[in-house]
Design a protein around this ligand. Structure first.
Ligand code: ARE
Ligand code: CA
Length: 620
């Protein structure tokens, strides 16, 4: 089934809004944007974009395959890909992922993710499957002072700091302030001094603007439909307006490219805050990660609901929201898939079901050091001498592929189905750890970050019928059935369910199907099993239970449910497991840097059933 998609209207609309606030140099932007804006004007209130997934560090051919196999069918709107231009190569640091953020030239010929031909094939394959490509555009700077001072870059280009003959840029194309930003409250420094010792482009000049526009237009001509503007906060809005004004419309759609800008809200003046950039395109809303993400992590679902939209810095139609991104999951692993396991799925599902902002799903790989490059077959991670492993092989453990998990992928379809229908029937329970809401009369979703809640009644706006739970891997399979659980909505719109720990139930009109709990099409309600282990830890360590069932992380340390230390030294959690299932498990201690300590000895074993409870002592 082809799912309904959103118009990517945010950028076009936002540019028009900028009319009043931009300096005169912004004239061309307006002129270019007016036709697109009028076509989409009716979308003003519903112009939040469709779901973006960040396939962090994936090879181009893996992205293409994923568009065909997973993203198109699931209803993802766009992929954010890692920077595609020639970059520095840092063998002495084992090729960290952040090589890509130090451009050497704007050639797409040879990055560790593939060739220009691979890139073109990706854009076309994804477009054929209804998925757009958004490029992470590094346009504030070139290379930094650090482990490498000169070329060649990944495509063989020569360079030294402030000299990039391939573009070409020379010394005068860089800002005069040749030192790190010291005063982060001073716009002049933030815009014109160096971020992380990276050579800062003089983005106010016609020459630099032309090189940047040529780079972006080269990708637009290939079919790239949008950009994440890296470090946008480090460029004056007027410079960005001039560059955006030089961009071509996207072939095929004729619309201006979708733009969202990375502006991390800090303590500085208004000119450095997200609203100052929102007139030019959408903006990353870091409060979502910091506040809503933290509340979802901490099981405060009602708090997360209450924060939206009032505690955000941007209106919904200008905000790009995310639970974590590639930077935050390294700086603050407590809100990331690696740190939270299945709880992160619940958090991303909540983001997708809620109408605030354009959601960006994170898809990442496990790491033990924050600079570690992507998985490769070489001796060092990300070593371009070895091929990056195929990211589509999600079962290998090299890549998390959290965007494929049913609670995430299923909720992308939910979001497409409910469109801009308003929130209604808000319910909170489980001491605030669970919350649910309707989206008009088109869908209903409920999220639980607390323990098992049996026999709960939920009020929806849905018509009576049998609905598949799209968050548990269930989809209409063409013959009118659900492949997994189904729930029966009564004539008054209510349904009854047992809510597992860290679980999501999402029902919508697009995925109805026969079968209800007990009709044979549906498994028995899950059993809430208690795990308790006495384990001494040092501050910062976190105990998880890991086992061979999916709900126990499938033996992947990063996916095993986290345990609570409220009764330290006894760590506890309750996990919903399939009734009757026999399983094996162990406890692990996870260190803040991602390192894992397994307990010794054989695997433990158990069977899930009513009242199941496992009391253990850590085996050191
Ligand atoms: C690396 C080394 C540096 C070295 C540099 C040059 O780590 O020590 O000086 O190379 O040799 C990424 C990595 C960096 C890496 C860089 C270049 O994260 O570690 O540097 O690539 O290879 C600010 C900016 C924001 C920026 C963050 C990181 O405002 O734009 O800092 N985020 C983007 C990307 C990053 C990327 C870059 C920019 C550079 O998402 O992945 O860096 O292209 C407060 C402030 C924020 C500030 C934040 C810093 O919240 O309000 O404005 O963000 O602190 O944490
Ligand atoms: Ca700058």
């Amino acid at each position: 089934m082809r799912l309904r998609r959103f118009l990517a209207a945010g950028a076009a609309l936002a540019v028009t809004t900028a009319a009043a606030t931009l300096p005169p140099t912004a004239g061309p932007v307006l002129a270019a944007a007016t036709p697109a804006a009028s076509q989409t004007a009716t979308a003003a209130d519903s112009s939040v974009g469709g779901t973006i997934v960040h396939l962090f560090q994936w090879r181009w051919e893996s992205v293409a395959q994923e568009c065909a196999d997973v993203l198109g069918p699931a209803g993802y709107h766009a992929v954010q890909v890692s920077p595609p231009q020639e970059h520095v190569v840092l063998p002495d640091e084992n090729h960290p992922w952040w090589q890509d953020y130090q451009p050497v030239s704007y050639r797409l010929d040879n990055t560790r993710r593939g060739t220009r031909a691979d890139f073109i094939d990706m854009v076309e394959t994804c477009r054929d499957h209804g998925v757009q490509i958004y490029v992470d555009a590094v346009i504030n700077h070139m290379t930094g002072t650090g482990s490498i001072g000169s070329g060649p870059g990944s495509a063989g280009g020569q360079f030294s700091k402030y000299e990039y003959p391939e573009v070409p840029y020379s010394d005068s194309d860089f800002s005069d302030c040749r030192r790190d930003i010291a005063n982060w409250d001073d716009p002049d420094e933030v815009w014109h001094c160096e971020l992380l010792a990276l050579s800062d482009l003089r983005t106010s000049t016609a020459h630099v603007q032309q090189q940047l526009a040529d780079f972006l237009n080269d990708m637009i001509a290939i079919g790239v439909a949008g950009f994440r503007v890296d470090a946008a906060k480090h460029m004056p809005p007027a410079d960005l307006a001039a560059i955006y004004g030089m961009l071509d419309p996207v072939p095929g759609t004729g619309e201006q490219p979708y733009i969202f800008q990375e502006v991390i809200e800090g303590g500085g003046p208004d000119s450095l805050r997200p609203p100052a950039y929102a007139g030019l395109g959408d903006v990353t809303e870091f409060r979502y990660h910091r506040q809503v993400g933290a509340q979802l992590r901490d099981g405060q679902l009602s708090g997360a609901l209450n924060a939206l939209p009032g505690q955000m810095s941007l209106p919904a139609h200008q905000a790009v929201v995310f639970i974590d991104n590639h930077d935050t999951q390294r700086e603050d692993p407590s809100i990331s898939y690696q740190g939270m396991g299945s709880a992160h799925d619940v958090a991303q599902a909540f983001m997708l079901a809620h109408p605030y902002g354009t959601p960006k799903v994170m898809s990442s790989y496990p790491f033990t050091s924050t600079i570690q490059g992507p998985p490769s077959t070489g001796t060092a991670p990300g070593n371009p001498a070895g091929e990056l492993t195929a990211a589509t092989d999600c079962g290998s453990g090299d890549w998390f592929c959290e965007h494929r998990n049913p609670a995430v992928a299923g909720l992308v379809g939910f979001r497409n189905q409910v469109g801009d229908a308003p929130i209604a029937d808000v319910w909170t329970g489980n001491g605030g750890a669970a919350a649910g809401f309707s989206r008009g009369d088109l869908g209903y979703a409920v999220f639980n970050r607390g323990g098992v809640l049996n026999g709960q009644t939920f009020q929806t706006g849905l018509p009576a019928g049998s609905y598949c739970n799209v968050a548990s891997g269930s989809r209409s399979d063409g013959d009118g059935g659900c492949t997994g659980a189904a729930y029966q909505v009564a004539a008054d719109g209510s349904f009854q369910a047992n809510l597992g720990g860290d679980s999501v139930i999402a029902l919508h009109r697009g995925e109805t199907g026969s079968g209800d709990p007990g009709n044979g099409d549906d498994p028995e309600p899950p059993a809430g099993c208690e795990f308790a282990v006495t384990a001494e830890t040092w501050w910062g360590q976190q105990v998880h239970v890991v086992g061979d069932l999916a709900a126990l992380g499938g033996w992947q340390p990063a996916n095993g449910p986290a345990m609570s230390s409220a009764d330290y030294p006894i760590w506890r959690t309750e996990v919903a497991l399939p009734t009757g299932a026999s399983f094996e498990y162990k406890y692990i201690k996870r260190n803040p840097d991602g390192g894992v300590e397994w307990e010794s000895g054989d695997n433990r074993s158990g069977t899930a059933g009513p009242g199941c409870s496992f009391q253990d002592n850590w085996r050191g």
